[in-house]
Ligand binder design. Sequence first.
Ligand code: SF4
Length: 155
Amino acid sequence: MKKVAISACLLGERCRYDGTDNRDPKLLGKLEGCELVPFCPEDHCFGTPRPTMDLVETEQGVKALSNLSGADLSPCVERYAREFFDKHPDIDLFIGKDRSPSCGVCSARLYDREKSLLSREAAGLMAAEAARRGIECWDAESFLDAHPAPPILGS
Ligand code: SF4
């Protein structure tokens, strides 16, 4: 059985910044038979609801900065990601919520210090950790596009 790490909001957990979810019944149908291991670094670190954050290219590399205070929120998210994958070393697949600065695989927006858009194809902090560990990573929307038939992935 495939073990799939997946953004908790895609499963219906109301852990988005505004207390809503991104439940995706089509995606859940595709993953029937898989073992789903949900994660939400931002709820863990900052609670829900919470201010939003953006990825910013800084002198120290890509950081997640609070849109409220400008504080660097990266350390907690990165620590959560490391601990999650240490705890689950046998993850086969990572599916992240598109465009999230934590979970987006190659769909997050990256800005410079002046808030000019540098890229729409950046990796969120948790997705970047998954990729570093060699895990197959997908944005949820791309995963659905690439798997149009109803395969049973769990076997
Ligand atoms: S996209 Fe990621 S960080 Fe944001 S609510 Fe969903 S699981 Fe949490």
